[in-house]
Design a protein around this ligand. Sequence first.
Ligand SMILES: Nc1ncnc2c1ncn2[C@@H]1O[C@H](COP(=O)(O)OP(=O)(O)OP(=O)(O)O)[C@@H](O)[C@H]1O
Ligand SMILES: [Mg+2]
Length: 159
Amino acid sequence: MSTATLHLPDAPATESIGARLASTLHPGMIVTLSGELGTGKTTLVRGALRAFGWQGRVKSPTYTLVEHYPFSSLYFYHFDFYRFADPSEWETAGLADAFRKDSVCLVEWPERVGSRLPVPDLALELSYAADGGRDLVLRARTDDGEQCLTAIVEGARGA
Ligand SMILES: Nc1ncnc2c1ncn2[C@@H]1O[C@H](COP(=O)(O)OP(=O)(O)OP(=O)(O)O)[C@@H](O)[C@H]1O
Ligand SMILES: [Mg+2]
């Protein structure tokens, strides 16, 4: 499976990768977003939501653990497990149930739920770059994820 790295000089670049990601996603897919606090995980998800046509606010689900966006083409779940503390929370409505064939799940702080999370198709990792921007590492974990990665990287390089 492939790995690729992209440099994102500013926040609009992060949103634009989110939009590209959105165009490659289909129901059933899981994408994880790792990286220190403030590296742009929610910004990338916002870019994806805007591309799906969401015009409202994109709330960070830090306290609610999950935000749900019912698009006509698919169910979109945005998780943030930063504050996940109690494994029993996983059984709470909306968590395990969200990982279905007809939903797309984008997951911030996947490390906090460990092996409860199904294997993601694509694992994204953001980090601070020396120029004030961010670096993004993309790792494909499934064939679907591999196709996404190829499309995102080709798009970002202007191919
Ligand atoms: N490529 C980039 N270059 C510079 N700043 C960026 C870039 N991408 C996002 N940012 C900025 O980083 C800040 C934090 O972004 P964001 O809230 O998306 O991070 P996060 O990883 O979701 O944080 P948390 O771990 O707290 O959920 C925002 O001000 C955002 O505009
Ligand atoms: Mg966030």
